[in-house]
Design a binder for this molecule. Sequence first.
Ligand code: NOJ
Length: 754
Amino acid sequence: MTESTPQEHAHASAGPSERVERLLAAMSVEEKVGQLTQLFYFGGPASVAGADSEIAQQPRMVEGALARGAVGSLLFVTDPAENNRLQQLAIDGSAHRIPVIFGFDVIHGFRTIFPVPIALAASWNPDLITQAQSVAAREARAVGIHWAFAPMVDIARDPRWGRIVEGAGEDPYLGAVVAAAQVRGFQGDHIGAPDHILAGPKHFAGYGAALGGRDYDEVDLSDQEFWNTYLPPFRAAVEAGAANIMSAYMDLNGVPATGNAWLLTDVLRDALGFDGFVVTDANAAKDLETHHFAADPADAAVRAITAGVDMEMAIFEPAFAHLVDAVAAGRVDTARLDEAVRRILTVKEQLGLFDDPFVDVDTAEQVLTDPAHRAVARAAAEGAAVLLRNDNGVLPLHAESVNTVAVIGPLADSARDTIGPWVFAYDGDETVTIADGIRARLQGIAEVTVAQGVPRPTRTFPSMFDMWGDGSPKDPSGFDADSALQHAVDTATQADFAIVVIGEQQDMIGESASRSDLSLPGDQLRLLEAVVATGTPVVVVLMSGRPLDIRWVAEHVPAILQAWYPGTRGGEAVARLLFGDTAPTGKLPFTWPRNVGQVPMHHAVTRSHAPNDQGRRYWDVASTPLYPFGHGLTYTHFEYGTPRVDHSPIPLDGAVTVTVDITNVGDRDGTETAQLYLHQRFGTSSRPLRQLVGFQRVQIAAGATETVTFTIGAEARRYWSAATRDWVTDASQFDVWVGGSADATAHTEFTVER
Ligand code: NOJ
């Protein structure tokens, strides 16, 4: 990552306009506070929750607030006609006819669902990621949504944390590249670009380091972890021009992120140069009281806005309503209030909302059903899948040499699980499950038999998305587990191949979906053991958004494809991968631990006493992972030559060029993601054993050699040191490895002199 000056930010040129200043001068404090208020609109779940519920009353409350001009933004409206109706209420209710801005969780697609974000990151393909999020933006914009609460750029090193599925995994460099790619996809090349929406990277900052992986729990991060690991994706998102940032729920080092002036002002504004607007996470302003930080909601509102929050996202009564009195009482600086309002009005103007606040209902459906979007979804699902294991080239399967293929497991034919968590406007009927995809692929070639095998696993506690009536499917009462298992065994026995689809149901991961365990939930391992025992060759397709404890699978099943939650066209993509119409090219964006006791585990660790002695870290399990960060096989093999650096020594501000030859030694064309790892041998701080500083995807024809070139500049060697409490670039000796995972062995070195 390079440092950038604020002038370079994609949106920095747009200063406050005359219109915005005129409005500001004319607005009352009440109107200004209204602009800083974002309300949920629970049109959907109201019907599920029942007429008397608080949620069912909520739409009326919101409509009242719109009529009073007390709302600047709404979230969760996904129907274009409803959007126009609410927009008209807002404009009519506002003394200055100011439209609302509509936000939504556009996480991995809107109608067309892409693989979950962790899967998109596993593609290591920024262009593909940009393309996917730009399709998501186009669909969302078509129904009147202006702003995505995405990307989530929180680093996650503890897979117990359910929200690992929403991010790009453990690594700050990969995380930064993926963050920037997503911002470009959502926003296009400027704020207000047609068919695009604002990006809102979240949750600022450190949320992924929740204690024990428990969602929302406190985070205690050292400064060096904060600056070197957790901040780079945010920095990259800001440099890519993100219009918005969402504050986080948890305490960061004892101060709630949403009331943290150091975080929201010193770091975000001064160090990162962010000049967009900050929204709280849902109810996070009010939560300042829950944190035992603020005395009451009024104090919470004052402290949030003073710390640097511009807009409150509120579920029911907003805390910011208290700002009117707080301003009158002199508890809030009016310049701070105006600054926040100016940011909101400016972005509305940049989006063209003052001139064109409505959406064309007639064209929306056409955009949502665009076949080109489905083609991107398939390509993304293919690019995201990671081939974890493929002993003796079991995969690809040869369609011509099979008569019957069994597709087995509770996730094999579940549309809702195939598209994953955090989607609300999808069309379940058009979702291609793994079983659907294989049936279509083998149509007229071989018979496909499908068996669930075991009961669908369920959560111990219900999912918060049950409120939307949108949990994973449940078995009917009276489900006969014994006969289901017997049927699966019979189905496998009669087949030439069994494809077993197992993992976690989609409501077992995501927000409020942390786990204390990483085992395969329910009886799925028992099912797999029974299928393997039939002697029919088995391939496992895993559906999950986190690494699971698959030690038994990795010992007994020769081929494992991590398919994630692959989205609308996921089943088609998986079928094409399994039968070799295309090849897997994904690489793990996290280290895959052996068991839950090893977590948190990541590759960029430092070294200490007795590093190589077995048993000195754990006596009951190796201290290495099951699969390293960056791991992913394909249907050919690559050999790396010895990398070369162009010159050494170099000066402190110098750069080296690293060149390496990669040969495709198989008999099939292939794509490799070559990864560049750096290690500094001594310095102001101890440095990670390996640190990802570059990667490139390269297509190599069978038998051919391609040369790949990387540059390692001073910024790749710069880090924040707790020894000097500042940024340093050391004179030192450096090791460089290039290869297909964090276990890369092709090595060279260079020296940096002062
Ligand atoms: C809470 C989540 O933490 C956040 O990521 C999301 O954008 C908001 N809810 C709105 O749904």
